[in-house]
Design a protein around this ligand. Structure first.
Ligand code: AMP
Ligand code: MG
Length: 351
């Protein structure tokens, strides 16, 4: 009897040991998977643009699902002026009277107003009537008559938009357009999700805005390519390094409208009502948040190089400007790391 009992005990210990070993092996394999340097990659269309994510570390697929679902919610419930369900569409539909809005939307709008004020209206999220008139990139794109532009301009002005106690109110005829900050906001929301994930590093790209988060596999800073504004989408004019952060680019290359041999781009000057013409063809901005990098790239495009410098400084942001003459100017915080690689451009170094 005792012998049988002993045998059973030995067997149980052996089995337990084997199970433990198996568990350790599985954990080891899982860790191995987590540390693999090949990212989980996913691309798709969301928020009216191409979105792609590269996720390093554990649970990439699950996190990608969370990110894409967040982008769709942002578009549907918060930002889109085309989808009736969103906060922005509801505010637009009741221009003239106040609407209760979600706290998160109110926070985005508050920041947007701050950039409008500090850029002296070069960035203005209340220019919806004007962008709708031009509809550049949309189905009804056309060059409006001067009288129509003058009329639409009457409605533009962040000063006539009020945001108080969770209520937003446009003045009559006014409309919001968050097209200049939506992609940056998506990067901010992506960062919150990544902070809660098991990932080690990530690159999230939403149209012209990028979030570089966590550790780059292999160590060192992330490398950011700056698009050649006169080349194909994959052509670069140079690159710079960044430990982590947000990068947004505004350029005159897309979307555009060509009528009677003249090409019009989508960044409008709220002072004139026409596409901005401050001597630039692209501006790339790094800033403490995605919303700021996106808003500032649009504002700087409208302002031009000189006027942009104090604005960037006030938000602790850096930029790379590309002029019509193909000159590249880089603010001091990026000057060390920026490398021009495209011979069609020349660098102007400020002393
Ligand atoms: P981005 O590509 O980030 O520069 O944003 C351009 C989009 O923002 C346009 O397609 C318009 O929807 C909107 N927009 C154009 N001009 C302005 C402006 N001056 N201020 C705010 N939004 C603008
Ligand atoms: Mg922008």
């Amino acid at each position: 009897m005792q012998n049988t009992h002993k045998k059973r005990t030995v067997l149980t210990v052996l089995l337990l040991g084997a199970a433990m070993l198996l568990l350790i092996l599985v954990i080891a394999l899982d860790l191995g998977k987590g540390q693999k340097e090949t990212p989980f990659e996913q691309s798709g269309i969301s928020m009216g643009t191409v979105v792609s994510v590269q996720l390093y570390g554990r649970d990439g697929e699950k996190t990608a699902g969370q990110l894409f679902s967040e982008f769709d919610t942002l578009e549907k419930d918060r930002l889109s002026w085309r989808l009736e369900s969103s906060d922005i569409a509801r505010i637009n539909a009741s221009a003239g009277s106040p609407v209760s809005i979600n706290e998160q939307t109110a926070a985005y709008l508050k920041k947007a107003i701050e950039v409008s004020q500090k850029s002296d209206g070069a960035f203005d999220c209340t220019l919806g009537a004007l962008t709708k008139l031009w509809d550049i990139g949309g189905e009804n794109a056309r060059v409006p008559a001067q009288a129509e532009i003058t009329d639409a301009l009457q409605t533009v002005g962040y000063q006539k938009f009020s945001l108080l106690n969770g209520q937003a109110a446009l003045s009559k005829g006014q409309a919001l357009d968050l097209g200049a900050i939506g992609k940056g906001i998506a990067c901010d929301e992506a960062q919150k999700i990544l902070e809660q994930s098991h990932l080690s590093g990530a690159v999230v790209s939403v149209g012209g805005s990028i979030l570089l988060w966590g550790d780059r596999p292999g160590g060192g800073d992330w490398k950011v390519g700056v698009r050649d504004p006169r080349g194909e989408a994959s052509d670069q004019l140079g690159s710079f390094s960044l430990a982590e952060g947000f990068v947004s680019t505004s350029g005159d290359y897309e979307p555009t409208l060509t009528e009677n041999g003249k090409t019009y781009h989508h960044i409008l000057d709220p002072k004139t009502g026409y596409p901005a013409d401050a001597g630039l063809i692209s501006v790339t901005v790094t800033a403490p948040t995605g919303l700021l990098s996106d808003a500032l790239s649009t504002a700087c495009f409208v302002l031009g190089y000189e006027k942009s410098l104090p604005l960037l400084e006030s938000f602790d942001a850096q930029a790379i400007f590309v002029t019509k003459e193909k000159a590249v100017r880089v603010t001091s915080g990026l000057a060390q790391t920026f490398q021009l690689t495209n011979g069609a451009y020349h660098l102007i170094q400020d002393t």
